[in-house]
Each structure stands twice: as C-alpha cells, then as structure tokens.
Ligand binder design. Structure first.
Ligand SMILES: [Zn+2]
Length: 243
C-alpha cells in the first residue's frame, strides 16, 4: 500500500501545482494584459487599413488637382484667343462662348470635389490622431499592468517552485511504470487517484463490485475504476469501518 500512499501525497502536491498555475493564468492583471493586447492588435489593423485608405485619398487628390489645372490651362488658352486682334467668325465666337460656359461649369465642379475631399482628409486625420493617442495610452497602461502582473507571478512562482520540488522529491520514490500510468491518466483527467469511499469510486461515484473493493483493499495490484479509469485507493483513515 505504501506505493499508493506516496502517489497520493504526490498527487496532493501535483494538484497544488495545478492550482498555482491556474492562479497565474486567471490572474486579474493577466486578463487585463490580454485585453489591452487584443485592443492594440485591433487598432494596429485599423491603422494599416486607414493608411491604405489615406494613400488612395491622396492619389485621388493629386488626380483632382491635375484635372483642375488642366481645365485652368484650357481657359487660359481660350482667353488668349479672345484677346488677340484676330477677327473671329460668329460661329467661332459662339463655339468659344459655349466651351467657356462648359469650362466654367467643370471648374466649379472640380472645386467642389476638391473641397469635399479636403474636408474628408481633415476628418480622416482627426480620426487617425485620435486612434494614435488612444494606442499610446493603451501602451502606457500595458506597461503599468505588466508591472503588477510580474510582481504577482513572481510571488506565485516562489510558492510554485517550493511545491514542485517537494512533489518531485516524493516522485523519486514512485516506480517509473506507476508514474507513467499516473501521467497518462492525468493527461485526460484530474485528479488521477480516487478514494474508495462507501464502496464507491469518489471520482465518478460508481458503486464498485465487492471483488473490486477487495482487490483495492488488498493493495497488491493497481486497480483502476472500470467506469472512469482512475486509480482506486483505499485509505484506512478515510473509511475506518471496514465493509
Ligand atoms: Zn470511477
């Protein structure tokens, strides 16, 4: 029975190790760090897509400026024609006036488009500044919370190391095959060892056949619960009245 008692003690410490690890994983500061990290990743993606968007808008602005200056050049040419001493026919004059009106219309439209795009870019820039500010303050917060987290983890790790070394010391007394079995079961369920109590497996609460109970109490062989696969252990102190 001694080997199972050692394994039982090993398990107690092993569960404590799990608990410390869980504490680290669930710590408030860690959750906050993850939240800030996710926020930063999202904003980073946001900035990249805004950057692409800004490039597009700037290209459009350059194109509009070009179109605007083309129309202006054309108007200059028309005006120059009107200012020469050349005698124009009525048709030519009509043509010039007509084109002049169209050009005037077009340039007004371009001016409107330019104005709209400029406002758009200003709005865009404000949004960008806003995001950058928020990202900067999130980063500052991250550094602060990280300090808390590091302190928290350091404290837990100190305890964790102590318990781990106690556990591993006991582990040295346990045979390799038994330890391998323990670890194998542990990979799918925890705790690994179930106590026999009221003729039941206290891991899954299944009632055990009297033959099984006897074998567990004999302690000559390792008996696993047929239902849940845990190693069954009978501890005198847990059930003082023998059945
Ligand atoms: Zn069971």
């Amino acid at each position: 029975m001694e080997r199972l008692e050692a394994l039982w003690k090993y398990q107690e410490l092993d569960l404590l190790v799990d608990q410390y690890n869980l504490e680290k994983k669930n710590s408030d500061s860690r959750q906050r760090l993850l939240k800030i990290k996710n926020y930063l990743i999202k904003q980073e993606q946001n900035l990249v897509s805004m950057d692409n968007n800004a490039d597009m808008k700037l290209d459009l602005l350059a194109k509009l400026h070009q179109e605007y200056s083309n129309i202006k050049d054309r108007i200059q040419i028309q005006l120059a024609k009107l200012e020469t001493d050349e005698v124009l026919s009525l048709e030519e004059l009509d043509e010039l006036t007509k084109e002049g009106l169209t050009l005037k219309n077009n340039i007004r439209k371009k001016e409107e488009e330019l104005e709209k795009l400029t406002q758009d870019l200003k709005k865009f820039q404000r949004r960008l500044d806003d995001i950058r500010k928020r990202v900067a303050s999130a980063k500052t917060e991250y550094v602060e919370v990280k300090k808390d987290y590091d302190a928290e983890v350091k404290k837990i790790n100190e305890e964790l190391l102590k318990v781990k070394s106690q556990r591993d010391k006991i582990g040295e007394e346990i045979s390799k095959p038994l330890m391998a079995k323990y670890k194998n079961i542990k990979s799918s369920k925890s705790p690994v060892i179930s106590l026999l109590s009221d003729n039941q497996c206290d891991g899954c609460f299944m009632s055990l056949a009297s033959l099984v109970i006897q074998r567990v109490k004999d302690g000559k062989k390792i008996v696993e619960c047929e239902n849940c696969g845990r190693i069954l252990y009978y501890r005198e102190s847990e059930e003082s009245i023998p059945s």
